[in-house]
Design a protein around this ligand. Sequence first.
Ligand code: SAH
Ligand code: SF4
Ligand code: F3S
Length: 443
Amino acid sequence: MNDIKFYNIMTYGCQMNVHESEKLAGFLKERGYIETQDQNNADVIVFNTCCIRKSAEEKILGNIGAVKPIKKRNPNLIVAVCGCMSQQKEMADLIQQKFPFVNIIFGTHNLSKFGEFLDDYNTTHKRIKSIEEETYINENVPMFRTSGYNGWVNIMYGCNNFCTYCIVPYVRGREISRQPQDIIDEVESLLKTGQYKVITLLGQNVNSYGKDLDSNITFAKLMQKICELPYDFKLKFMTSHPKDLTDDVIDTIAQNSKISKAIHLPVQSGSNRILKLMNRNYTVEHYLEIIDKIKNKIPNVSLTSDFIVGFPTETEEDFNMTCELVRKVQYNGIFAFMYSPRPGTPAANMDGQIDFEEKNRRVNILLKLEKEISLQKNKEMIGNIENCIVERKLDTKSNDEYLVKTDSGKTIIVKNNNLKELTFVNVKITNIENNQLYGEVIE
Ligand code: SAH
Ligand code: SF4
Ligand code: F3S
């Protein structure tokens, strides 16, 4: 008899969810389950969901629906739905009604109870629906990490910003920071294994780290402490909110060779009127000041951003200001989204909603502009020296080519007989062909 049990986790949304799926996997591993990519083989299927835009929700509902025939063939299959989408009460009710074959429904705040839910379901076979209102930190969650040499580390949960378009504060609760020592211990335990070469600190707004703690810890101090750990690694973080990106954070990034020189600083819009309606708490002028500071203090920095087009009342003129900002900053990459009204958020009820065709037109213009700029930016990288991680040897005829990665995730092909995988090397970028960068290792 074959009694190996398999699990399949479908993860949607941001890195926070990617990491939380590693926690879900931890609970399953603890109970002897093994991962499978094939839902038809699974004994447990978990949907770790996102509700940032309507399109995400629709896709997820479709994918949950598609499990129905699998459950029919295998009535013992356990189906669980958790994460941001099911944290919304109406959505949890809808999932409960629409998909009777879903056995366990829970939200973001009680993810650390997944093990209990599984055990309860396995003994009682009674449907579980448990959504909690408040978030809390549980340091004793098992993890099964699946992100290669990158170790995700949560430093805080939740968001206090209430940007008027955004659902995150409603489904993730208020900001709550982990104790610095718990974070440092976790980072150290990862680095000790020798397997992790990049540590990515996670939070919706990492710059507010520590504001809710009694100690005088700040995000900059936390990064400094982590960098003192005596290992060879890169420290990354996401995401920063421009209103809280203080000089001490910029200086810490500039002065510390272990901190990645790639900053994701979402601006959302280039129009002060729209930024105000979005409740972003900064102006374009203030944002550009920060960008100037960063560029002055961190040469060759890679800057990326998120944009929302078609926010209620956005005019052609507002949108042109966004394009103007993209031209001014010369980002290395951007994410551009069409505004999606989220039930319960202030912007969803604002007058002046823009229709889909117009949003679609604007997002395409922005993405086209971005493509031109990033091509140009890639060309400008020629001559730069970047500290890169050696990812792997390439399987090419010459057999001495390696793929290395910059802080911002750009791949460079270098020729060398003798590179060690997962070490850091300085690479001078020499040329670009078909948008692929080539370089040479320098001492
Ligand atoms: N906490 C992060 C990002 C969270 S969501 C931050 O503040 O930067 C990631 C991105 O999704 C946001 O930056 C925004 O550009 C986009 N987004 C959020 N809500 C949206 C909505 N209702 N419609 C379209 N895009 C949205
Ligand atoms: Fe959403 Fe704004 Fe919080 Fe980011 S800072 S998660 S966009 S409310
Ligand atoms: Fe989505 Fe939740 Fe992240 S809504 S973007 S998974 S915080």
